[in-house]
Every structure is written in structure tokens, then in C-alpha cells.
Write a protein of this length. Structure first.
Length: 277
């Protein structure tokens, strides 16, 4: 495997340059610029141009790598290396003027994420990690939360926006966590949720119906920050499987609730009482 340090340095610079473009465009963005890829699936010229810039930059950084991209600028998986890119995770927030969105960019080697960068544009925070190299935000080492009781935790999640087939089950999971934690937050960007889990602002994050570009970078950042990442059954199908549970010490208790209700085995999903005041 190639040396990832120079790759990371170049990717950080690239994401911040493209972040500057997105930040600049946000000042004059109009609702008439919104396009619809599908029901509640928004896109704009900003997403498309940001992705083009990222793809062009990544082609220069690792020329032999293929691409998995949200907007389809380049979607050709090739050989050992592949880039997984979300140019603007939190597009709905962006189009409504809510300042929670990020660039998410990852590099895989034999379908395992080995590098991830999440650039949260409005707070100017760059979260990043490489395989075996710890996790950082703006040069400072980050770690997942040390909280080990679900009752003292703050969790993040997302809501389905087009596939509502399992909505009732998901609401049962939310209901259980609402009664056992300090609360739930829904920021509207899985990349930001994962970054905030990696640095301990959230104790954990879970969501389903996700795409690889939503989670790829966040997976390695959480893992290198000392966290655990699984699918809803506790397995490893979290990059392409559409389900993710990412957390620090409360991962086991989160998984107990989620797995029990999601897979129809609610033997004992109450694992602790909230200490919320």
C-alpha cells in the first residue's frame, strides 16, 4: 500500500479549497437553484461543481484510483484503490440555509477504508484519519467519548426521507433511546454526526438507508479515534449495507437496543435509565 501521509496532506488541502467554494456560493444561493433527483432527494449546481473539483483533484493525487461518487461525476471502480466522495453531505440543510453540512472524502484499499477526511465548512473544522494513524481535528488529536453509560449519553441519528417501510420499527428504537439517554439529535448530515462522534460531542450515532459516500470517511475517523463501528446486527456490513452504529463505550448498549428491536428480538432493550435533569 502506498504512503498515505502525502495523500492525506493533499486531500486536506483539496477539501478546504472546495469548502471555500461552497462557502462562497452559499451567500448567493437561491431556492430556484434546487433540483430534484427523486422524492426529497435534492441537488444543486453547487453539489455538482464541488464534486467535479474533488474528482479532478483526486485524479491528480492517486491517478490509478477509481471513484464512487454521489452525483455520478465519476463512477468507475478500478483495481486496488477507490475514492468515495460526497461533495456536500447535508444538501437539504445547505439549500435551506442551515449551517450544518460537510465534504466527505475517503480512500479505500481493497474495499477497506484507509483514509478519511470530513471538512465541516461552517465551523472550519477538518476531521481526518488514516489507517493506524489516530484521528485529528485541525491538527489536534481526538478521541471518542469516555462515557460508558447509555443514561449519560447524547446520541445522533437521521430520519428516512424516501423509504418509510421500516418507519414504525425505527420509531420504536427512537422511543427507547429517548427514555434512556440525555436525548437524540438529528443534524441532517451523517458525515458531521460521525465526525462529532469521533471527537466525543456525541456518544454515538446510528442510522439506516445510508449510502457509502455518507459514511466512508466517518467510519475510519471514528475507528481511529478509538470507537466501534458495526451494522445493526453487530456485523461488518456497514460501508455498503446501509446501516451503521458508531460509538465509543456505549456501542454495546446501543447495539443491544437497535438489534433487538430492528431484528424482532426485543427480549430486553432497556439497558439503563437516563440521568437527564
Amino acid at each position: 500500500m502506498r504512503d498515505l501521509d502525502p495523500v492525506l496532506k493533499s486531500v486536506k488541502t483539496l477539501t478546504q479549497e472546495v469548502g471555500d467554494f461552497i462557502r462562497s456560493e452559499s451567500k448567493n444561493f437561491k431556492t430556484s437553484d434546487i433540483e430534484h433527483k427523486g422524492f426529497n432527494d435534492l441537488v444543486s449546481y453547487v453539489d455538482k461543481e464541488a464534486e467535479r473539483k474533488l474528482v479532478d483533484g483526486c485524479r491528480q493525487i492517486v491517478p490509478e484510483a477509481g471513484f464512487i461518487t454521489e452525483e455520478g461525476t465519476a463512477s468507475t471502480q478500478q483495481g486496488e484503490y477507490n475514492w468515495i466522495i460526497d461533495p456536500l453531505d447535508g444538501t437539504t440543510n445547505f439549500t435551506h440555509g442551515l449551517p450544518v453540512y460537510a465534504i466527505s472524502l475517503a480512500l479505500t484499499f481493497h474495499n477497506h477504508v484507509v483514509l478519511g477526511v470530513i471538512y465541516e465548512i461552517n465551523r472550519d473544522e477538518c476531521f481526518y484519519a488514516t489507517k493506524g494513524g489516530s484521528a485529528y481535528c485541525n491538527g489536534e488529536l481526538i478521541k471518542v467519548s469516555e462515557v460508558n453509560e447509555l443514561g449519560n449519553s447524547l446520541l445522533a441519528t437521521g430520519f428516512p426521507y424516501h423509504d418509510f417501510g421500516k418507519m414504525s420499527t425505527y420509531l420504536n428504537i427512537l422511543d427507547s433511546f429517548m427514555q434512556q439517554t440525555h436525548g437524540l439529535r438529528r443534524l441532517g448530515s451523517a458525515a458531521v454526526d460521525l465526525a462529532y462522534t469521533a471527537c466525543g460531542r456525541f456518544e454515538g450515532f446510528f442510522e439506516y438507508n445510508l449510502k457509502p459516500w455518507d459514511v466512508a470517511a466517518g467510519i475510519i475517523i471514528v475507528q481511529e479515534a478509538g470507537g466501534f463501528v458495526t451494522d445493526f446486527s453487530g456485523g461488518n456490513n456497514f460501508l455498503f449495507g446501509g446501516e451503521i452504529v458508531a460509538a465509543g463505550n456505549v456501542h454495546k448498549d446501543m447495539l443491544k437496543v437497535i438489534n433487538g428491536l430492528w431484528n424482532g428480538n426485543p427480549d430486553q432493550v432497556a439497558v439503563g435509565k437516563s440521568s437527564r435533569q
